[in-house]
Structures are given as C-alpha cells and as structure tokens.
Design a protein around this ligand. Sequence first.
Ligand code: SF4
Length: 507
Amino acid sequence: MIRHDYSRVDPKRRANLDYKRRQFAKAEFQQQNYEHRLNFYVLPPTAEITLEEFETWAINRLKVLSELEACSFRNKGPEETADYMKSILDKHLPLRPDSSRSQKLQEERRKDHYSHFILRLAFSSTEDLRRRFSRLETMLFRLRFKDDDPRERQEFVRSLNLEWDEVQEDEKRELKEELLAASGHKKGEEQEWFKVDWERVPELVEQRRVLLKRGKAYVPQREQMSLVVADFTKKLDDALELTARALPRLDEDDRLAPILAHLSQSFTAPDAAYSSSDANIDGLSAIRATSIDALSQNFPLCMRNLHMTLRENSHLKHFGRLQYTLFLKGIGLSLDECLMFWRRSFKLIDDDKFQKEYKYNIRHAYGDVGGDANRRGRGYTPYSCQKLLTEPQPGPGQTHGCPYRTYKPENLLPLLQRVGVTDRDVLKTVKEDVSKQRYHVACNTVFEWTHKRQIKKVADDNSWSASDLDTIVHPNTYFKRSWLLTHLGQASAGLAPAAAAPHTVED
Ligand code: SF4
C-alpha cells in the first residue's frame, strides 16, 4: 500500500520553505511508544500512516464523539452514558489498560492519538466547532479516566507533572475550619489538599466543592479527577486556538483537504443521508397505495401529521406533498403506487386537474422526469430530520416540517395526544425539550415511550445491538425501526435493522 506522510507538506517542497513554515516541515517521523492508556495529546504524532488509516480512524472517532453528543442531548447521566458507550467504544476506538496484556495496546493507543489530532485539524476552523470538539473530547477523556485501572491512572497523573501546589501543614492549620466547611468532612478526618488558580477548576467552583481564598481554589484530593479534566480541557482549548491560527499555512495538501472538509461537514451538520436500505424491510411485503393508512401508525409525527391533514382536507400544499412523497418513496412505495395514492387522496379534484397540476411533481420527485439537477434519474432523497428542522418555517395553511419545531406547545401536545401519546410525564419531557429547541430529542423520547416494551425485549435478548437503537435522525429510520419493533417475531429471521440506520459519519 502506498504510504503517505501525516505531515501536510510535500517533502520536495520542504527544502524551500521559509523559516516560519519549516517548523511544520521538520517533524521527525518516528513511532511513539505509548506508556499510558490515557493521553493529554500534547505531542502531535509524527509517524507515517496511510491515507486510508487517516480517514477511517477519524471517522471512527467522529462516530464516538457523535454518540457522546447524542447522550448529552438526551440527558443521559454519567452511568447511563458509560453503559451506552461501552459497546460503541469497543467497536470504534478500543483502548485497553496495560493490565489486559493485550498485543494490541500500542496499536490502539496509536489510533487514538492520531484520530484525535486529525479531528483537531478538521474542527479547529471555527469557534463553534472548537467549542463542540473540546466539550466532547473532554467527555471522552472523563469517561476513560473514570474507568481506568486505578494504579495505571495514578501513574498517568504523576507523569503529567501538573502544576498543583500542595497545601502545607501550617497553611492547613491556619485554614482548618474553612477547609473542613468546604469539604463537608468532619473534624479528625484527615485529607490532602491542593491549591490552584480558581479559573482552572470552574466546575468545582460552580458546584461550591472547593474553598476559594486569595484567588486560589483549595481542592481536596478526592476531587483530583476534576483537576485533571479541567487541565485537559484548558490544554486542548489552547491547542485548538493555535491550530486555528496555523490552519491557513497547513492548507497545502490536496489529498487531505477534501477529507478534512468532509469530516468537519459531518460534524457541522449531523445530517444523515437517506440509505436505500431503509426501503428494504424484512417481513414487509410490497407497499401499495392502499397500505399507507395502516402503515401511518408507524410514521414519525412529521409524516403522521401530513397524512392526517391529507385525509382531513383531501389536499396538501406543495412543500407538504414533496416532503411526504419523498418519505413514501423512501419507505419503498413505487412511482405507480405513489401516483395512485395521491390521485385517490385528492378526491375533490378531477383527473384532468390532477394530470396537469400534480402528476409532474410526483414523477419529478422520483426522478422519472427532469434534467441533470434531478440526480440523474434517481430523483430527490427523502428529507432528514436535520433538513426538516432547519428549513424555513411553514406559512399559513402549510403543514410541512417537523411539528416539534413548527407547532406551539399548546398545539403540539394535543397533536401528540391525538396520535396516542397520553403519558403525562412523556408530554412534560417533550414540552421541556421543545422549549430548549431539542426537537429531535423530543421525537426520540416519544419513540422510546411508544416502543418501550419491545425495546426492552430486543435489548434483553440481545437480538438488537445498542447501535441498532441509536438516536433516530431520519424519518425513514423512524418508520423502519418502528415497524420492525411493532412486528417483532413476525418478520423473517435476522430482522435486526443493522442496515436500517441511515448513512451517518460511519458510512
Ligand atoms: Fe420527523 Fe425528525 Fe421531527 Fe421526528 S424529529 S418528527 S422524525 S423531522
């Protein structure tokens, strides 16, 4: 396999680089030895990797970070997050301790090291990306720090040489009462204290778990993790700023630029493209125009709302028709059946008007007519949640978009009740999420409540993996998963929707 330097400077050009650029060109290409499982990512990697490794490792890490972000969106607590992330980390970014005696320790640590730096390059361009990247990397570090082997963790912390001043005995005596009050400990309970500039431990200050005095935070030993994590974040934030400043000078490698652009795009818009596998549902026979009423029970609220409006008015406005047509195409409805579906649904108009005013648009959505812009005969792709949640709000009489966003709470809750969501706690959670603009979180909450029993079953008997139940980010995935769960045991064997997830950053 052809190998490529990780450095982004062409070696032939390296000799002619000016003084400032030479700092990037002079890297010594050598393999590092990773003594610890945890890493503060202070030194960039300098050994060679292939372009394929470059991309695959970055995508693997991105998958992990996206899942972590989904956990925080969904308010999962630390324990729940750790549980959920276990299989995802094992699959995409395993990192075993020394005590495992695995042959792959160095390999895993190398991948972790490189993937961090690749994403650092990809996500340092804007303030917003930097903030998100830093927050998620910090979450990942904290997760690993917590579950590290205690002895190895201590060795790692020692290796950091962090600048913490130990509080000496005379100062401890002087501040005895205040230290006791801050720690919540009783008299006689001895413990060690460190002092650091208070800005370095904002989390502890905010939670009043330290004593603040003369600009210093006095931190008890047991809060060591917060200190280490705060230091990790600070170093990463500083490094991201530096990388951002260096980015224009790094923009030299034609091979890496598209990969980095693609990575940052996936992160900016966690959009999920539709996967044609969403149309292949084990156990669901060919969908007919006449099946849609029954199938609509498994539709997400955005499509259910369109369907109900269509049935009530025998009509839908243009954008609603387009959104719904693409969704129906995405679940596997053929063009002929789709035309029949719309013809029968628009029962207040005559054939002539249907042929002239509506038929063309439906055929166009399927790619049956139209030019180059129409994706070379494949038509348009069913809309993702990301698209539906970011398009302009519908005007009067229009019903397209995501109702979690387009409806006011006083209208959304009755709509949910109408489709059978009656649990008061669920409705309350939805209301809260919607008020914080976490629309797709609200939708996932409704999905989980609706399929609570079946989700428990597939989790208990391990017939679906955790990733089969990832956060839903596409209406067509919602349908496929909902249908499969509703028909558990009825579909043919091997119905776990491994292919149901839309193409995400993993693809
Ligand atoms: Fe539809 Fe997505 Fe909104 Fe759910 S979050 S209602 S699937 S657009």
